[in-house]
Design a protein around this ligand. Structure first.
Ligand code: DGL
Length: 273
């Protein structure tokens, strides 16, 4: 029987922070991860380019047999998800599904905030798209959102500098910039899947008691409940417990760097989109 995996996509390595939580919660399924490392970062790219690259990646994951693709990338979720769901999917394969990471994060945040002042750290693209404020206004209209883009954070993570002393400067700068917008922020969403690696540093510069939400666990439990509710998709998935990694960059580069995001030996393949 051929494999029917869950597809997980990110511009680079960040989506591995989500994949590790999803596969940890639901190890029974098969997974295929695609990192478009050759064209990362997406955060500073235009709507059209992010949409085009994301659509190519989704089609690749469909062609690998995945009927369900998770965009484990806020930038792609913000700039490409809606068009892919509404325009492309009905043409490509109406029975397939593509889900993002913003909606589940927004659904979860209301349970954490008491002051109803919420912060979001994200890429410039995610912040400019206004996806978080727009989605929050629909789900928790009493919450006020304050956003801060952190253009240096993805490069720090992608280049393995996330724990270095040099990273402190850029982390402190963005944390202070966000907190200066509203001192009552009590909950912050890490609205980029690369940022969990900077969590210890972010915490160091935040006032005590502020909730810092990484998306991995949130997306994993939301996907679990989605699969319980959608047996049409769930019943198609094979349950071999395998994880396959694809990158548009060099295989060696990916397997070296991916180890910090995902435990164990990784069998990586190169793909062209
Ligand atoms: N990790 C991605 C996100 O969640 C994007 C990083 C990038 O390519 O800029 O937004």
């Amino acid at each position: 029987m051929s494999m029917v995996p869950i597809g997980v996509f990110d511009s680079g390595y960040g989506g591995l922070t989500v994949l590790s939580k999803i596969a940890g919660l639901m190890p029974q399924y098969d997974y295929v991860y695609l990192g478009d490392n050759a064209r990362a970062p997406y955060g500073t790219r235009s709507f059209d380019v992010v949409y085009e690259y994301t659509l190519q990646s989704v089609k690749k994951l469909f062609s690998m047999g995945a009927p369900l693709v998770i965009l484990a990338c806020n930038t792609a979720s913000a700039k490409a998800l809606r068009t892919i769901q509404q325009v492309d999917l009905p043409q490509i394969n109406p029975a397939n599904r593509v889900l993002g990471v913003i909606r589940p994060s927004v659904e979860a945040v209301g349970n954490f905030s008491k002051t109803r002042k919420v912060g979001v750290f994200g890429t410039t693209g995610t912040v400019q798209s206004q996806s978080y404020p727009l989605e929050l206004a629909k789900i928790s209209p009493d919450i006020e959102v304050f956003q801060q883009d952190c253009p240096m954070w993805v490069p720090l993570v992608e280049y393995g500098e996330y724990a270095s002393d040099g990273a402190d400067y850029f982390v402190e700068q963005s944390v202070r910039a966000l907190m200066s917008k509203c001192a009552d922020i009590d909950t912050i969403i890490l609205g980029c899947t690369h940022y969990p690696l900077l969590m210890p540093k972010i915490r160091r510069f935040l006032p005590q008691g502020v909730n810092l939400l990484a998306q991995g666990d949130i997306v994993a439990s939301s996907l679990k409940s989605y699969l319980l509710r959608h047996s049409d998709i769930e019943s198609r998935l094979t349950k071999g417990g395998t994880v396959r990694f694809l990158t548009t960059e060099s295989v060696d580069k990916f397997s070296g760097a991916a180890r910090i995001f995902f435990d164990g030996d990784l069998a990586v393949e190169h793909v062209d989109l």
